[in-house]
Design a binder for this molecule. Structure first.
Ligand code: 13P
Length: 256
C-alpha cells in the first residue's frame, strides 16, 4: 500500500462507544493483530475525551492517540468544553473535526470547523477533517461542488505548510453506519477530486503530501479494494474499529 509520497493512516472512530475501563483490553487485543512491520503506516484510535487518559497509557510508535472533537476556544468560561491544549496534554496527536454527525446534530458549521482546525494546528495536533455529501446531493450531481465548498471553507486562511498537516477524510453521509459502502471507483473519484482541488489551491507539492482517507462502512471485507486506490491513503473506520479482530484486518491491509 506504499503511496510513495504519503503515509497510510488507519484511524478508528469509536464515536460514543466503549468505556474507559475497556481501553486497555482492546489495545492488548489490537497489539496481537498488528503486523510485524508497519511499513510506514500509522494507526490512530479516536476515542471519547473520557477515554483519552487510558489510551495515552497504551500509545506507542504504532498506535497514536486521537480525539473526536474540541472547543474552538483556548480556555475560559465555556462550561463542558475541552480545549486543544487539554487533549494535547493527554498525548493526542490527531483529532476529528467536522464529522457529519456533529455537523448534523451539534451545530458544527464550516466556520466553526475552520476555527477548530486552527486551534488544533496551533497545538501541534493533526486535524482529521471530515467532508461528505448527502444522498440527495449525490443524486443531484452536486457531490464535487459540495465537497469542494466544505474543503475550502475548512482550510480557509491556512498556510500551505499548515494544510500539509491536515488529514482529510471523505465520508459520504449515505455510507456511514449503513453498510452501504461507496464503490472503489466512487471513493477514488472524490478523493482524486479533493487532491486536484488542493493542487490548484496550494500546488502539486502540497497536494501530494496530504493524506486523504475514506470512511463509511469500511470493514475487513471491503478495505483491500478501497485502500488500493491511488488517492485513498487510509481509512476512518467506525463500527469495524470496535472489534480488535476486524480493525486488525484493516490495519494489516494498510501496512502491506
Ligand atoms: P462506519 O464505519 O460505522 O460507517 O462509520 C464511519 C464513520 O463515520 C467514521 O468516522
Amino acid at each position: 500500500m506504499n503511496k510513495k509520497y504519503r503515509r497510510v493512516i488507519i484511524a478508528g472512530n469509536w464515536k460514543e462507544n466503549m468505556l474507559p475501563s475497556q481501553v486497555h483490553d482492546f489495545c492488548e487485543a489490537l497489539r496481537k493483530e498488528m503486523p510485524e512491520s508497519a511499513n510506514g503506516s500509522s494507526v490512530v484510535l479516536c476515542v471519547p475525551a473520557t477515554h483519552l487518559a487510558a489510551l495515552a497509557k497504551e500509545k506507542s510508535r504504532r498506535l497514536a492517540v486521537g480525539a473526536q472533537n474540541i472547543s474552538e476556544f483556548d480556555k475560559g468560561a465555556h462550561t463542558g468544553e475541552i480545549s486543544a491544549d487539554m487533549i494535547a496534554d493527554l498525548g493526542a496527536k490527531y483529532c476529528i473535526v467536522g464529522h457529519s454527525e456533529r455537523r448534523a446534530s451539534n451545530g458544527d458549521t464550516d466556520e466553526l470547523v475552520n476555527a477548530k482546525i486552527r486551534a488544533l494546528l496551533e497545538r501541534g495536533i493533526n486535524p482529521i477533517l471530515c467532508v461528505g455529501e448527502s444522498l440527495d446531493q449525490r443524486d443531484r450531481d452536486l457531490t464535487m461542488e459540495f465537497i469542494a465548498y466544505q474543503v475550502k471553507a475548512a482550510l480557509y486562511g491556512l498556510t500551505p505548510e499548515q494544510v500539509k498537516k491536515v488529514v482529510i477524510a471523505y465520508e459520504p453521509i449515505w455510507a456511514i453506519g449503513t453498510g452501504r459502502t461507496a464503490t472503489n471507483e466512487q471513493a477514488q473519484e472524490v478523493c482524486f477530486g479533493i487532491r486536484e482541488l488542493l493542487r490548484r489551491q496550494y500546488g502539486a507539492l502540497i497536494s501530494r503530501k496530504v493524506c486523504i482517507l475514506y470512511g463509511g462502512s469500511m470493514n475487513a471485507k471491503n478495505c483491500a479494494g478501497l485502500l488500493a486506490q491511488p488517492d485513498i491513503d487510509g481509512g476512518l473506520i467506525g463500527g469495524a474499529s470496535l472489534k480488535a479482530a476486524d480493525f486488525g484486518v484493516i490495519v494489516r491491509e494498510g501496512s502491506k
